[in-house]
Design a binder for this molecule. Sequence first.
Ligand code: FAD
Length: 471
Amino acid sequence: MTPPLILWFRRDLRLDDLPMLTAALASGQPLIPVFILDPETETLGAAPKWRLGLGLEAFSTRLAEAGSRLILRRGPALAVLEALVAETGATGVLWSRLYDAAAKARDTAVKAALKGQGLRAESFAGHLMHEPWTVQTGQGGFYRVYTPYWRTVRGIPVAAPDPAPARLPAPDHWPASDQISDWRMGAAMRRGAPVVAAHIRVGEAAAMTRLNDFLAGPIDRYASARDLPAEPGTSRLSENLTYGEIGIRRLWHAALAAFEQGHAGAETFLKELVWREFSYHLLHHTPHIATGNWKAEWDAFPWATTGPQLTAWQRGLTGEPFVDAAMRELYVTGTMHNRGRMIVASYLTKHLMTHWKAGLDWFADCLVDWDPAANAMGWQWAAGSGPDAAPYFRIFNPATQVEKFDPNAAYRRRFIAELSRNPGAEARAFFDAAPRSWGLDPTRPYPRPIVDLAEGRARALAAYAARGGAE
Ligand code: FAD
């Protein structure tokens, strides 16, 4: 009987375009796919944890169709893997790399321990096109600015994706598995779950459908429509990319083919995929981007960290319609349009002078597409404290932004019930999703602005000047 290999799945819930699976199949050994709910994963925010649970259910079904199973175990990763090796006689563990500091520390320790026991312990690319340390400046350092990074990576070929195998070789005996329902992955979602459930698309097949739908139409108008939050102008694939339900090489090659066929918008889309790569490049080389000001000179800036203004922002009650529409979109759909993310982040950090970390944490709790690298880069970019950031003194004005990007008020009306005589389903759904403890009532008049835009802007600029312009 050939001893098995363990495939340790994390953010790579797919069979297509998966280098670790290709390597595992080449061994000819039976394969035992495993997901571990370890202490690092337990700390996920409410929405991403719930969405991960759904992703695991879909992936279990996908594996079953391929004659395999997903074994679920809970506990510290190394202890769980050692127990599984002992139970199954496995000769090794394979996984796809992650790049946040906690995952890297865990994986390094796991690899050293397993190797020390004479086992095969091997990590693979899979989450990114370019491993962060492989892209270097002319001087051999890392990139801090996107445009030169893009110029470099667009010249680096990306290997073609490996197709999904029809079947995975199964062991003679399967180890026991937890039940996903016992993990209660959605416990913290409470009333939000059924509302957000209407907007998510879970699993590999759903991700491919999203990609094909995007390529069949929206890609042609992507360069302009991607800025209009009321339009279905973007791919919405961030939700699937973050759990690895679609491979980045599969996506890149599909968009590249569209570009070569002359589809307008394809190049802009390729550039966005490279923004994702860039965020991981930064996270790997400067892990503190996720936890503190990337530029230390911002540490003395007088940000607020709590208070009623932050609460109003979180609850979509600032009285600034573009901001509130976006914050309610987040609560109703589990995602937010990129234009909305930029506006609400600028408003929080500048008009409300509240620390970007408070916004980052709120997103980490509410986004089904939460991504440690893109979220950190996005917040520090908007706050002005990050690499290649928008300068602090360039402050988005939500009132003029809304005229430009939501000229017919379709986005505002879609998400703010108080602005319509007959609010639609999504506007009403916000009141179903929000916790009862917020005491919201759609019949109450829409609030007056909590901050006068001109005063908020002047206050932020004065604080900036008083600090000697913290750039
Ligand atoms: P599309 O426009 O279809 O783009 C395709 C893909 O390119 C996206 O799925 C994403 O993987 C990547 N991409 C696009 N824009 C960016 C960007 N600015 N930075 C990095 N990658 C990008 N994205 C997340 O995936 N998770 C987050 O937690 C996240 N937090 C953000 C927080 C802030 C404050 C800001 C300003 C941006 C954040 N973004 C985040 C980036 C961006 O808003 C989303 O990736 C995008 O809105 C997802 O929608 P889509 O899949 O339709 O994107």
